[in-house]
Write a protein of this length. Structure first.
Length: 344
């Protein structure tokens, strides 16, 4: 039985570990947070996801998924740890990625495959993960396989997404690519696409989210322009979208979640050619203040007003409030004169 070690049991790692276990692999879920391991052993996952609790429990009950705090030998190692963005340094924090690779290294054997799934700046797999794995003398591409396969999940619909979304894999050589592709082809019900190298696979994931963020920014900026002309933006977009090559998105108070507000920044980590991308980020980040100004214009003054804020998650029907524009909007209101209340 092929063995898989999933390093990091968060929003991506836990369902990924359960997926491989329920598809017949022998899986070890590894997380250095002992409290998280104990919680997962004793109670439900801390996510409001349809069927996820039962799916994880099924994997545990089968005996094919075990949980521990230390790395172990395995045919495949999947690194699914966070890559937060340091706004002050304007760089991705790759500490968790590098440490996970260092934890794998003592247990790495010839013929094993290591796959980074964490969303990362282009070059992370080759220039951060690879060197950390090679400390003991084994070489990527010669002694073990190394690849990148970015996660693509939608909070609120994780189980469907990890089974049915297309996957993209890019290895440092053909054998690495094929080894990673075989693993994901064993569990996905969609297509696994081969990228020429890990950096391309990393770049593709970032461009997907940047495309969405930039198109949202266009919709938001056009909404502001429409207001200046007294035009109803939603009905005007409906009319514009009758053109066969136009598909304007719906404007809103900003962009939230872990991906869209963060991933576009990673493209600029080693490139200065991100003018439009940075502008889009500024537009979307500025929508909270714009909506607050709209509210003030409508009411004349917020002093003594009762304001109900509905929807503090970053999108509908999820319990994820990371980078939520609704939460930031509520905080903006608290900075106004007193007697303002929020309810979500």
């Amino acid at each position: 039985m092929t063995s898989v070690a999933v390093h990091g049991l968060g929003y991506v790692g836990l369902p990924t570990a359960a997926l491989f276990a329920n598809e017949g692999f022998s899986v070890v879920g590894v997380d250095t947070d002992r409290e998280r391991i104990e919680m997962l052993r004793e109670s439900a996952p801390p996510y409001n996801e349809v069927e996820l609790e039962a799916y994880v429990q099924q994997a545990l009950d089968s005996g094919r998924l075990s949980l521990q705090t230390t790395a172990t030998e395995s045919d495949y190692h999947l690194i699914c740890v966070p890559t937060p963005f340091d706004e002050d340094a304007e760089r991705a924090v790759l500490t968790y990625v590098e440490q996970a690779a260092r934890n794998v290294e003592p247990h790495l054997r010839e013929g094993d495959t290591v796959i980074l799934t964490s969303t990362s700046p282009p070059g992370t797999t080759e220039h951060v993960v690879g060197p950390a794995l090679e400390i003991g003398g084994l070489r990527a591409g010669r002694d073990f396989h190394l690849a990148h396969c970015p996660e693509t999940i939608l909070p609120g619909n994780i189980l469907h997404e990890i089974k049915h979304n297309d996957r993209i894999v890019g290895g440092i050589d053909d054998d690495s690519t094929e080894s990673a592709a075989w693993l994901f082809e064993s569990v996905t019900e969609s297509h696994v696409h081969r990228a020429p190298d890990p950096t391309t696979a990393e770049f593709v994931k970032l461009t997907q989210n940047t495309f969405r963020d930039t198109n949202i920014a266009l919709a938001n900026e056009l909404a502001k322009v429409a207001r200046d002309y007294g035009v109803d933006v939603r009905s005007s977009f409906d009319l514009a979208n009758t053109h066969p090559r136009v598909s304007l998105l719906t404007p809103g108070p900003g962009v939230g979640g872990h991906c869209l507000p963060v991933d576009p920044h990673y493209l600029g980590q080693n490139s200065d050619s991100v003018d439009l991308i940075e502008c889009a980020r500024d537009v979307n980040d500025g929508m909270v203040e714009y909506v607050s100004d709209m509210l003030t214009d409508e009411l004349g003054s917020l002093a003594g007003a009762n304001v109900a804020v509905f929807g503090l998650a970053y999108k509908g029907n999820v319990d994820d409030a990371r980078n939520s524009p609704g939460e930031r909007f509520a905080r903006t209101l608290f900075e106004e004169p007193p007697l303002i209340t929020t309810d979500g």
